[in-house]
Design a binder for this molecule. Structure first.
Ligand code: NAD
Length: 296
C-alpha cells in the first residue's frame, strides 16, 4: 500500500449524526485533521455544536485540558460537499443504517478519493463484504464499528470483509489504538458480535412491552436492578435510535433467516410514527420535558 500503516493524518467523516460527530470528536482529539460531511447542512452545524458542548464537558470534568480542546476544535472542518474529502487518508462512513443510502454514498465518494485512501464503515450490522463490493476498493475497505457515545465508550469492533487487505486491517487497528480505544475482531456475519447479542435482547424487551408483561418503567427497572444492566433495554433502544434498532433486526432476520429475529411490530410502529428515540425527542420515553416520561 502506498500509505505506510502509521501514516494516516487526515480523516473524513460522512454523516454528522450521533455517531459521526462522536467519531470526528475523538479523531480530532487524537490529533487527526478531520473533515465532517453530511447530506444535511444543518446536521453538520448541529454535529459541530454537539462536539463543542461535549468537549467543554470533558474539560469541566478534568478529562482533557483547555489547550487540547481548542486545538481539537480547530482541527475539524465542516465539509458540505463530498469532494472536500478528496485528500483524506481515511474516510469513515457513519450515515444512516440503510444499505441503499450507504451504496449511494460510496458511488459518489469513491471516484473523488485518492486511490490509496482507505474507506471504512461504521455500520452496526450490514455485511462488510457486500458493502465493499459496492466500492472501487474492496481491499481497502473495512468495518470500524464504534459504540455510542463514541467519546465515552472505549470499545470498537473491527470487521474484515472477504477482500480486506491485511494492511488495511492493521491500519484500522492502529487508528483505533491511537484513539485510545480497545478493539476486538468480529467475523463478517449479520450484526457482528455486539449487536447480534444486544439487539435480540432489546427486541425481546419490546415484545415484553407489546404483550403487556410490563410497562416501560417496569421493564427497564427489572433489567437495571434485576440483571445489573447500566441502562434499561428500552432506554438503551431510545439511545441507539429506534430506526437503527429496526434496521439491525431486519438485517438479522434477512441474513440469518430465523424467525427468532422477527422485529417486534411495536418497534415498527414507533419507527413509522417517527418516534425514533432521544434524537427525535420521543421514543419509549418522551424527552421533550425536563425529565423523560414513559410513553407506555
Ligand atoms: N446509534 C448507535 O448507537 C450506533 C452505534 C454504532 C454504530 N451505529 C451506526 O452508525 C451509523 C450512523 O448512526 P447514527 O446513530 O449516527 O444515526 P443518525 O440518524 O444520528 O445520523 C445519521 C446521519 O447520516 C446522515 N446522512 C444520511 N444520508 C447521508 C448521505 N447520503 N450523505 C451524508 N450523510 C448522510 C443523516 O443526515 C444523519 O445526520 C449507522 O450505520 C448506525 O448503524 C450506530
Amino acid at each position: 500500500m502506498a500509505i505506510p500503516m502509521n501514516d494516516i493524518q487526515s480523516v473524513g467523516v460522512i454523516g454528522a449524526g450521533q455517531m459521526g460527530n462522536g467519531i470526528a470528536h475523538v479523531a480530532a482529539l487524537a490529533g487527526y485533521t478531520v473533515y465532517l460531511n453530511d447530506v444535511a447542512k444543518e446536521r453538520i452545524q448541529s454535529g459541530l455544536a454537539t462536539i463543542t458542548g461535549n468537549m467543554a464537558r470533558q474539560v469541566a470534568a478534568g478529562r482533557i485540558d483547555d489547550e487540547a480542546r481548542k486545538a481539537a476544535v480547530e482541527r475539524i472542518t465542516p465539509a458540505e460537499n463530498l469532494d472536500e474529502l478528496s485528500e483524506m487518508d481515511l474516510v469513515v462512513e457513519a450515515a444512516t443504517e440503510n444499505e441503499q443510502v450507504k451504496r449511494k454514498i460510496y458511488a459518489q465518494v469513491c471516484p473523488l478519493l485518492k486511490p490509496e485512501a482507505v474507506l471504512a464503515t461504521n455500520t452496526s450490522s450490514i455485511s462488510i463484504t457486500r458493502l465493499a463490493a459496492a466500492t472501487d476498493r474492496p481491499e481497502r475497505f473495512v468495518g470500524i464499528h464504534f459504540m455510542n457515545p463514541v467519546p465515552v465508550m472505549e470499545f470498537v469492533e473491527l470487521v474484515r470483509g472477504i477482500a480486506t487487505a491485511d494492511e488495511t486491517f492493521a491500519l484500522a487497528q492502529r487508528f483505533v489504538e491511537r484513539l485510545g480505544k480497545v478493539s476486538a475482531v468480529a467475523e463478517d456475519f449479520p450484526a457482528f458480535i455486539v449487536n447480534r447479542i444486544l439487539l435480540p435482547m432489546i427486541n425481546e424487551a419490546i415484545y415484553t412491552l407489546y404483550e403487556g408483561v410490563g410497562s416501560v418503567i417496569a421493564i427497564d427497572t427489572a433489567m437495571r436492578l434485576g440483571a445489573n444492566h447500566k441502562m434499561g433495554p428500552l432506554q438503551l433502544a431510545d439511545f441507539i435510535g429506534l430506526d437503527t434498532c429496526l434496521s439491525i433486526m431486519q438485517v438479522l432476520h434477512d441474513g440469518l433467516a430465523d424467525s427468532k429475529y422477527r422485529p417486534c411490530p411495536l418497534l415498527v410502529k414507533y419507527v413509522e410514527a417517527g418516534w425514533l428515540g432521544r434524537k427525535a425527542g420521543r421514543g419509549f420515553y418522551d424527552y421533550r420535558g425536563e425529565t423523560p416520561v414513559p410513553t407506555r
